[in-house]
Design a protein around this ligand. Sequence first.
Ligand SMILES: [Zn+2]
Length: 347
Amino acid sequence: MKIFFIASAFALVGSCSSTKYSTKLQNLKDGIQLVDSVLVTKYAETITPTDLQQHLLFFADDGLHGRATGEIGQKVAAQYIKNYYENESIESPLGNKNYYQNIPKSFLPESSNDSENVLAFIKGTEKPDEVLIISAHYDHLGMTQDGIFNGADDNGSGTSALMEIAQAFKTAESEGHLPKRSILFLHVTAEEIGKLGSEYYIKHPVFLLKNTVANLNIDMIGRIDKSHSNNKDYLYLIGSDRLSNELHYLSEKVNNTFYKINLDYRYNSENDSNHYYNRSDHYNFAQNDIPIIFYFNGEHEDYHKSTDTFDKIDFDLLAKRTKLIFATAWEVANLDHRIKVDYGIIN
Ligand SMILES: [Zn+2]
């Protein structure tokens, strides 16, 4: 009887402390409030399959020779992105119509020529020094004897999405709805050769890293993987809770409120053998304690093959996923406080 009593007392203590932690999490989750639901959906609707298609048709064209870092096709892609921002009157944070962050040859592998990240931004009203970075790499694998690697999904999809997200924020701005925080639209190069464009940005940040509130990184969001052939309305989210539970629950709330996409977290497991958390540009931000979300559709049979082509992109799906990312960015940029970093542990 005595032994039983002690054992149950321990059980009680154990369950009490774990209840406390889950209560804390629940409280955080319940406390998440969206800053806006009318304007965000209004401007999200400006993101259309047709616009995305137009950009992706350009990026995935054979004429861009697979956009290898430092090669002519990558530079033509950079020029297209720059021209787009100029035409949309979305400024560069570098000033003087200079949208390029040049990356010298010395920073890149010996076989590469110099290259460039392409940057555009919208200045926040209330907290202009705090910056949200939305990123997507626009380089790809180039050409081999197997043909041209068009990289329509990887990462023509993310590149096109980022441009449409920027345009949606610009439309809001032109109608008087500026974000509280600044937003940097960061098109990085040299991802396929070791995430070097984002590494260069981290080493030469345009805005102080300590003022960078979060990074939403988009890399492959236009396709469906094998696990979801019967349920294409999904997206893998990776890393959202690693540095900030608040970012994770905010992202969930945005999705549950507006888009109800099946967010799949299987690759967020620390034990995931694919290690996707380490494998795209967001990782360089996470390494600097900046909360991140990585948006990804998973690998498919055309991943890193010359068959990753334009015709295989699902543009309705790409548009819906892009809207989710826009809406999440809107909430992060307009929150009354900066997203809290808790390293995944609530105290
Ligand atoms: Zn990629």
